[in-house]
Design a protein around this ligand. Structure first.
Ligand SMILES: CC(C)(COP(=O)(O)OP(=O)(O)OC[C@H]1O[C@@H](n2cnc3c(N)ncnc32)[C@H](O)[C@@H]1OP(=O)(O)O)[C@@H](O)C(=O)NCCC(=O)NCCS
Length: 168
């Protein structure tokens, strides 16, 4: 899939082995408790959708998503600091919504730290609703932090599968 975002050529494709160093660099720049290379490789081996968004050929962001029969679970979504607020994460998620809808999924879930206000805005903007809290779900420097559980019912996705717009 290719699209034009802010006049630059984009591509979303499965992660390849030679993307891993770039993915790890973004991961480590973005999280206090980053995933290891082993976790990414395990996700690939498990058959999860592990996709990178390329901008002018460089890895700008990625998502790791588990697609089951009727349920999709976003496990990780991350965009390099220098590529943020350009619509990359929105595009990655819309792509997974599109794939989920096409394969008959009914719901998309994710967890997010209650303090991650930017990500929460992103999910709300796409129509996800907060449906609960997982207590002490994430580590912090000094203890644990709750997660919100967000869900998007695909029938509620406002633009619908057929009109997903990759030109944001
Ligand atoms: C959260 C994250 C993935 C967003 O990626 P992004 O490519 O910058 O997001 P987008 O440009 O697609 O943003 C789409 C919308 O989400 C909201 N949004 C995204 N980041 C935001 C922020 N920091 N503050 C407020 N709103 C934000 C805005 O509504 C934005 O639309 P706008 O730019 O037109 O106002 C990115 O900041 C990131 O990688 N953070 C570190 C990793 C992380 O927290 N991942 C989520 C774990 S649950």
């Amino acid at each position: 899939m290719s699209a034009v975002l802010k006049s630059e050529v984009l591509d979303i494709r499965p992660i390849q082995e030679n993307d891993i160093p770039s993915v790890l660099k973004i991961e480590q720049a973005s999280y206090r408790f980053p995933w290891s290379e082993r976790i990414f490789l395990d996700c690939v081996a498990a058959g999860y959708h592990c996709r990178v968004l390329l901008k002018e050929g460089d890895v700008a962001g990625y998502c790791i998503v588990a697609h089951a029969a009727e349920e999709v679970h976003i496990l990780n979504i991350c965009v390099g600091p220098e590529y943020r607020r350009e619509g990359c994460a929105r595009l990655l998620i819309k792509n997974e919504i599109s794939i989920g809808a096409e394969s008959g999924a009914k719901e998309i879930y994710l967890e997010v730290r209650v303090s991650n206000l930017g990500a929460i805005d992103l999910y709300k903007g796409l129509g996800f609703k907060n449906i609960g809290v997982r207590k002490d779900y994430y580590p912090t420097g000094s203890g644990r932090e709750d997660a919100y559980v967000f869900r998007l019912l695909l029938e509620d996705f406002e633009h619908g599968f057929t009109s997903l717009n990759l030109y944001v």
